[in-house]
Design a protein around this ligand. Structure first.
Ligand code: GSH
Length: 184
């Protein structure tokens, strides 16, 4: 369980509960239409916290469901804690897995580079293009890593910073195709 997210949601529920109580002070918080009022006030903070869009109707359903579950399973528990846990378990988006960063060292005129660039376009991949004759830094990086300036070379940087330099246009295209299949 993501503790920071849970605490964040508990705070959101508590604050909204206080605001609701203040708004319905005349009836000491009694409001038979409470899910509608809560959905109105929770829509933005809940969607932001869980990184999931909610319509008000969905939120009304989720709130009523949490109320039902709490009454049935844990009537003694603190409702903000219970709701936070249930919302996280059922509706939180898991963070997108970190991806490798890809950069292609290439030159405009090289036919092997054209072959790789057209595969990148066809597959719709996010690959940074580094033209070694337009920016001397790219040529220097390539020579420092490989001892020569032959292009194309794909630089693959993993989320933990580990690097691979992949030469050979056919190997690069094969690698990109595999990446693309995996992400579909
Ligand atoms: N077998 C390689 C051939 C790459 C190649 O010959 N690239 C040429 C440009 S088209 C090059 O960089 N020549 C300059 C050099 O090797 O320093 C591939 O398929 O990627």
């Amino acid at each position: 369980m993501n503790v920071e997210l849970r605490n964040n949601l508990v705070d959101v529920f508590l604050e909204t509960g206080r605001a609701h109580h203040a708004a319905f002070a005349a009836t000491d918080g009694v409001d038979p239409e409470w899910p509608i009022w809560y959905a109105e006030h929770l829509q933005t903070p809940i969607a932001d916290a869980l990184r999931t869009p909610f319509t008000k109707s969905q939120l009304i359903y989720c709130l009523m469901d949490a109320d039902f579950e709490q009454t049935a399973r844990a009537p003694e528990s603190d409702w903000p804690e219970f709701y936070a846990k249930q919302f996280i378990e059922r509706y939180a988006q898991s963070p997108a897995p970190a991806k490798d960063k890809l950069a292609l060292y290439h030159s405009r005129s090289c036919p092997f580079c054209v072959f790789v660039r057209s595969a990148i376009d066809r597959l719709g991949l996010d690959v940074e293009l580094r033209e070694i004759f337009e920016d001397a830094r790219y040529r220097d990086q390539l020579v420092a890593a490989r001892g020569r300036a032959t292009v194309p070379v794909l630089r693959i940087t993993s989320p933990d910073g580990e690097e691979r330099w992949m030469p050979e246009s056919r190997d690069i295209v094969r690698y990109l195709e595999t990446m693309s299949e995996r992400s579909n």
